[in-house]
Design a protein around this ligand. Structure first.
Ligand SMILES: [Zn+2]
Ligand SMILES: [Zn+2]
Length: 191
């Protein structure tokens, strides 16, 4: 079998199995592991495969990253924007912590990670363990009731000192947003 034929086979199998060990490929193709390394090297360089600990896996482009908020459909490109990575590795953009929290609880069992930036430091943090502040007296030009995300309770309290608002973890803030939104009939996200 020519190298190109083995490469085609390897790609075919990986479409089915997603990931395979070098040893497994060498057995199936009746060639040495060294040959498999040589065969897969260009595929890895082309970005079609990814190297794993003892093998290779298919590289699947994450689903098209739209920069429209998956909750309110508004363009989300500011520093308030958050990213939700689902277990299937597809990615959703969220315009701000308001939509991020609501969307998170819409599809909680499908979420792998939720990430965004600490409002005060711009450091990237996990939205799951972040501290949120609801309705601070601070115009952030996004969805109402406005929600900001902070990495620590200490920073949230510092912000609260200056701008008021209600502090809570992702779960508490979700409940608080829903409560607030039930009291008003106006849409949350004027575009
Ligand atoms: Zn939104
Ligand atoms: Zn928003």
């Amino acid at each position: 079998m020519l190298p190109i034929e083995r490469q085609q086979k390897i790609m075919e199998w990986l479409q089915e199995n997603k990931a395979m060990k070098i040893s497994e490929l060498s057995e199936r193709l009746h060639v040495s592991e060294m040959t498999i390394y040589r065969d897969t090297k260009p595929l890895i360089e082309e970005g079609r495969l990814l190297k794993t600990k003892n093998g290779v896996m298919l590289y699947e482009q994450p689903a098209v990253l739209s920069n429209h908020c998956s909750y309110c459909k508004k363009l989300s490109d500011g520093r308030l924007a958050m990213t939700l990575i689902k277990k299937d590795q597809s990615i959703e953009a969220l315009c701000c912590a308001h939509c991020a929290v609501l969307r998170y609880f819409d599809i909680e069992d499908k979420v792998d990670q939720l990430i965004g930036q600490d409002f005060l430091t711009d450091v990237t943090i996990s939205g799951k363990s972040a501290v949120y502040i609801l309705s601070p007296d601070l115009d952030i030009h996004c969805c109402e009731p406005r929600v900001l995300m902070l990495g620590t309770r200490q920073r949230a309290e510092r912000l609260q000192l200056g701008f008021g608002g209600e502090i809570g973890n992702i779960k508490e803030i979700n409940e608080a947003i829903n409560k607030k939104m039930n009291q008003t009939s106006s849409p949350c996200c004027p575009s």
